[in-house]
Design a protein around this ligand. Structure first.
Ligand code: ATP
Ligand code: MG
Length: 557
């Protein structure tokens, strides 16, 4: 992708160097999701990095399902991942792979390790296994099965595959070093028995390789040059290297970077799954979810997500990224591309006393001040309008530049109007505001040059149409909802106001919009005509973001 052309970071530096020294002539990366959930914005960082490097250096990037644990995996997730990576704008060509297609080769390699006395079948129970492994600052103890005869391990391993044993009865372990300070090196499990059907391999297998054993072998088979993963795998790297060395096969280089953490959201698949399962959100693509499907549903574009990933960069420092930056990226794009329209979310009637009944003025509305080619449209103006309830105050403070008794305000694209009074119902609610307009101020300026600070939006009562609008907000009300104390539940930090649905009054051009379109409702925010819930001529809008840009503000923008 051309937007990556000039990106630079410590991983790209390594890649550049490897090309320069001739260590590699073609760069091969991969994005290796486990299909046990939907992709989220953190995965987008990894996708942009892996596919971005391949594109920037003229190599290729594989999409590989790391499907070694059938119990949690599902075809639904495989399909969703394919759709999401494609939607983000990346293309793996014919390089779509499944780790489970390599099971036969991995099995052969496991046998090879046994024959070299680098692996053995162990009979310890999971509890005993833990106990024998010990703690980091004290060596573990060797399993009594560690020196089982090679032939016996080979025989047992073959019978594990043949289905002779129950889950957990045996495991295959690498024979490395029970005294290593790195627990991952203390004879890790490389195969376990699981009588479970696999979404891709079917019922062919009842033993499955562990991540640590499988991952490097998958990379090796595909001749990956740079195996890029997140920092928590740094301590697994010695093991990654050990397997490849022990088997004397092609040896990719593992490089770790800091995962993305975003404020006001959770990113672990376990937590996201819990939100879906407990019905706290409306599925994986709920517009409040940080999933790619959720962001798409909310109205985010692939361009904005890629811009975000480029903006956060790639480092080895584990931090937390302000969600305001993500919101800034979509605003920045939609400011350039989205048509401006008027919509009133919380209507209050405004009657212009001196405007003739039955008269309609066709005003000119600029579609996008950032894009002259977007042109303009006609907006009907009449005696009765709706304005935003918030734009009127009975007793306004000095700094309130909108409507109040006696005050003059500008109606967007229209005239200056002066408030002459208002009406209330028995409960004291304001039901109507009254005003007069100055016919000399068409277009919004007074010929005598008097200054009017406030401009408010409106819709004509006779012409307005109704639309459903969903006002989404952040799903959590604390910055780090996943950092819960022991025994606490991350769900206690849910924002009770993360969704509100209203019926808005909109100008006719809004109701006519195609599903999948994005608009700016003036002064309110950017909205998306939901591609699933909208009907022709009856769009349902999701608020993507309000207009106020906390990110730009923070940086003095
Ligand atoms: P789990 O929640 O089960 O740990 P995972 O998020 O690690 O799952 P995978 O399917 O294993 O999910 O991830 C695929 C790739 O995406 C991996 O290379 C992983 O390092 C990367 N990845 C996952 N989460 C993030 C994140 N928050 N930021 C950057 N990369 C990520
Ligand atoms: Mg993982």
């Amino acid at each position: 992708m051309s937007e990556n052309a000039e990106l630079s970071d410590f991983i790209r530096d390594i890649v550049r160097e490897d090309l320069k020294t001739g260590k590699h002539s073609e760069i091969v990366t991969r994005f290796p999701p486990e299909p046990n959930g939907y992709l989220h914005i953190g995965h987008a960082k990894s996708i942009c990095l892996n596919f971005g490097i391949a594109a920037q250096f003229g190599g290729r990037c594989h999409l590989r399902f790391d499907d070694t644990n059938p119990v949690k995996e599902d075809q639904e997730y495989i399909d969703a991942i394919i759709e999401d990576v494609r939607w983000l704008g990346f293309n793996w060509g014919e390089h779509l792979y499944y780790a489970s297609d390599y099971f036969e080769q991995m099995y052969e390699w496991a046998l090879a390790l046994i024959r070299k006395d680098n692996a053995y079948v162990c009979t310890l129970s999971p509890e005993e296994f833990k106990d024998y492994r010990g703690v980091p600052n004290r060596p573990g103890r060797e399993s009594p099965w560690r020196n089982r005869a090679v032939e016996e391990s080979e025989d047992l391993f073959k019978r594990m595959r043949a289905g002779e044993f129950a889950d957990g009865q045996y495991v295959l372990r690498a024979k490395i070093d029970m005294a290593s300070p790195n627990l991952h090196m203390r004879d890790p499990v490389i195969y376990r028995i699981k009588h479970a059907s696999h979404p891709h391999a079917g019922d062919k297998w009842c033993i499955y390789p562990t991540y640590d054993f499988a991952h490097g072998l998958e990379d090796s088979i595909e001749k990956i040059t740079h195996s890029i993963c997140t920092l928590e795998f740094e301590v697994h790297r010695p093991l990654y290297d050990w397997f490849l060395k022990a088997l004397a096969v092609y040896h990719p280089r593992q490089i770790e970077f800091a995962r993305l953490n975003l404020s006001y959201t959770v990113m672990s698949k376990r937590m996201l799954l819990e939100l879906v399962r407990d019905g706290i959100v409306n599925g994986w693509d709920d517009p409040r979810m940080p999933t790619i499907a959720g962001l798409r549903r909310r109205g985010y574009t692939p361009e904005a997500i890629r811009a975000f990933c480029a903006a956060i960069g790639v480092t080895k420092y584990n931090g937390i990224t302000d969600i305001a930056l993500l919101e800034h990226c979509i605003r920045d794009e939609l400011n350039r591309t989205a048509a401006r329209r008027m919509a009133v979310l919380n209507p209050l009637k405004l009657v212009i006393e001196n405007y003739p009944e039955g008269q309609v003025d066709e005003l000119e509305g600029i579609n996008n001040p950032e894009d002259p080619s977007a042109g303009s449209r006609k907006i009907s103006f009449s005696r009765e309008l709706y304005i935003e309830r918030d734009d009127f105050m009975e007793e306004p403070p000095k700094k309130f530049f909108r409507m109040g008794p006696g005050r003059e305000v500008r109606l967007r694209y229209g005239y200056l109007v002066q408030c002459t009074g208002f009406e209330k119902d028995a409960q004291g609610n304001i039901t109507e505001v009254r005003c007069t307009y100055d016919p000399e101020t068409r277009g919004g300026n007074a010929p005598d040059g008097r200054k009017v600070k406030g401009t408010i939006h409106w819709v004509s009562a006779a012409h307005a149409q109704r639309c459903r609008v969903r006002l989404y907000d952040r799903l959590f009300n604390v910055e780090r909802p996943a950092d819960v104390e022991q025994g606490e539940d991350f769900k206690q930090h849910l924002n009770p106001d993360s969704i509100g649905e209203i019926e808005a009054l909109v100008e006719p051009a809004v109701a006519a919009v195609e599903p999948g379109s994005r608009l700016q409702f003036e002064r309110l925010g950017y909205f998306y005509a939901d591609h699933i819930d909208s009907q022709p001529d009856a769009p349902v809008f999701n608020r993507i973001v309000p207009l106020k840009d906390a990110w730009a503000k923070k940086r003095g923008g």
